[in-house]
Design a protein around this ligand. Structure first.
Ligand SMILES: *[C@@H]1O[C@H](CO)[C@@H](O)[C@H](O)[C@H]1NC(C)=O
Ligand SMILES: *[C@@H]1O[C@H](CO)[C@@H](O)[C@H](O)[C@H]1NC(C)=O
Ligand SMILES: *[C@@H]1O[C@H](CO)[C@@H](O)[C@H](O)[C@H]1NC(C)=O
Ligand SMILES: *[C@@H]1O[C@H](CO)[C@@H](O)[C@H](O)[C@H]1NC(C)=O
Length: 453
């Protein structure tokens, strides 16, 4: 077997590398650590450790395999160096399979038996170059516990530094797998890595152009206006960017020389407006304007009143009031007061005892009856239609007196045109109970307070 092994002495400080490995060699075992079989590999062969899933069980195969099939799970020991520091494997560093080195043999920190370390150090100060010395004279140079640093895994890429357009994303790693110790080398290469990240384009917020110059005055004499403008195109808003804020146009007054000294003149009067009241006497108004001509900026305003007033008389207002007296009890218990003291507007009918509203409005009514001693009298003021249906009782009273006496009621009510009001007695009283003396003891009176149409 040794015939296949090639020992290469790389210069004086080179590494004494054996490309022949001695590997553990077991098939379908449950625990890699339990493997005791060993095999020496051919040149260009490496050790492997393969997991085999068999049902729920995990089994391991270990042995030699061709270099080109090398996977990361390979472990073994150099025949020559007898596994001095680290597991040998086919990855680029000594540490890929650190976890699997658990079943390596106890660390033997031995000098290369082919090298005379004392002499080498005297001649060439070999111990001062730890990276070489640890390989050939670790024990002599006191480097048995030297550990070179090795990078841990990269972190995740950070989120992009910006949310739109180009930014950077970074990732980092630490020299902690393991960290260097006892004179070991630091990790080489950068600890931080960055790269471009590209997002969608950023929104463009609008910005005003500069103001234009002021326009010329709108008038050549008197007062005019000058304007200037700006546009939201510096840049125009795009991709949901903000619009420009503020006014796009500005105005200022410009004072020129007087056009002329044109004084104002009155227009003709506008037509009279309608009367302020719908009945009776009121006021009406008309106006005029100082527009014939309009005074120039420096001319005189019109002198005099803009408004003109006059009295106006509309259709006469409706006057309704009555005052009737006496006792004439009809068969339907309505008292038709027979004596008319006044009946302005003729709204009270003495034949049927009805008051008929000539206009819609608010009315006031009162009534009084008197009784002989020890008599009782009941009467009501009611409203309704001509047939005395749809009645509403507006008042009630019940008069009684030990001696002769009177009782009265009054009410205010809104009536529509043609509604009727009457006085209804509680029953067919006769002259034995109703005191009739002079007619003015039993009365009914009413008046229109406010017309509503
Ligand atoms: C973003 O990066 C790309 C690639 O480097 C480049 O072509 C592009 O011009 C960049 N865009 C901006 C807005 O800087
Ligand atoms: C808007 O435009 C003016 C004039 O060009 C410039 O001075 C200013 O910086 C711009 N502002 C922004 C937010 O682009
Ligand atoms: C003048 O009267 C018209 C109606 O004829 C009215 O519209 C206008 O408001 C009045 N003007 C003033 C200043 O009172
Ligand atoms: C008064 O009433 C009677 C009976 O309802 C009626 O015949 C008469 O026409 C009425 N008089 C007036 C002036 O309405």
């Amino acid at each position: 077997m040794y015939l296949h092994c090639v020992l290469i002495l790389l210069a004086l400080f080179g590494i004494h590398v054996s490309e022949c490995l001695q590997c553990f060699n077991c098939q379908n075992i449950n625990d890699p650590k339990s493997c005791t079989g060993q095999v020496e590999c051919l040149n260009n062969q490496y050790c492997f450790l393969q997991t085999v899933h068999s049902g729920n069980e995990v089994l391991y195969n270990m042995g030699c395999q061709n270099n080109q099939l090398c996977s990361s799970f390979v472990i073994g020991r150099s025949v020559q160096t007898r596994q001095q520091n680290r597991c040998h494997e086919c990855c680029s560093t000594d540490y890929c399979n650190d976890q699997l080195c658990a079943h390596r043999e106890a660390l033997a920190c031995l000098n290369d038996p082919n090298v005379d370390c004392a002499r080498l150090n005297t001649l060439l100060d070999v111990c001062s170059d730890a990276s070489n010395a640890k390989k050939i004279c670790p024990q002599f140079c006191g480097l048995c516990s030297l550990v070179d640093g090795n990078w841990a895994e990269w972190s995740q890429w950070s989120t992009c530094s910006v949310t739109c357009e180009n930014g950077t994303t970074t990732r980092s790693r630490t020299c902690t797998n393991p960290p260097p110790s006892n004179g070991g080398l630091n990790c080489g290469g950068p600890a931080v890595d960055s790269q471009l990240c590209t997002n969608q384009l950023c929104p463009v917020h609008g910005n005003w152009s500069g103001w234009s110059t002021w326009s010329t005055c709108t008038e050549t004499c008197d007062i005019g206006i000058k304007t200037r403008m700006r546009t939201c195109n510096n840049p125009k808003p795009d991709r949901f960017g903000d619009n420009c804020f503020g006014d796009a146009t500005q105005f200022i007054l410009c004072l020129n020389d007087p056009c002329s000294y044109r004084n104002g003149g009155w227009s003709s009067w506008n037509p009279w407006l309608s009367c302020s009241v719908t009945c009776g006497m009121g006021m009406r108004i008309r106006n005029r304007t100082c527009t014939n001509p309009i005074p120039s900026a420096y001319g005189k305003a019109c002198v005099g009143d803009f408004n003109d007033f006059a009295f106006c008389v509309n259709t006469p207002c409706t006057f309704v009031s009555f005052n009737v007296h006496g006792f004439n009890l009809l068969i339907n218990n309505v008292n038709a007061f027979p004596v008319t003291v006044s009946n302005v507007g003729n709204a009270y009918n003495t034949s049927d005892g009805h008051f008929t509203a000539p206009v819609t409005g608010v009315y006031y009514f009162a009534s009084q009856f008197c009784v002989y001693s020890s008599n009782t009298i009941i009467f009501y003021i009611e409203k309704g239609n001509a047939a005395m249906r749809s009645k509403t009782r507006l008042t009630s009273t019940r008069g009684y007196d030990g001696s002769t006496g009177c009782t009265s009621v009054s009410t205010t009510v809104k009536l529509n045109t043609n509604e009727h009001v009457w006085v209804l007695m509680g029953s067919q009283y006769d002259s034995a109970s109703v005191f009739q003396g002079p007619t003015d003891w039993n009365i009914f009176t009413g008046t229109l307070i406010q017309q509503l149409d």
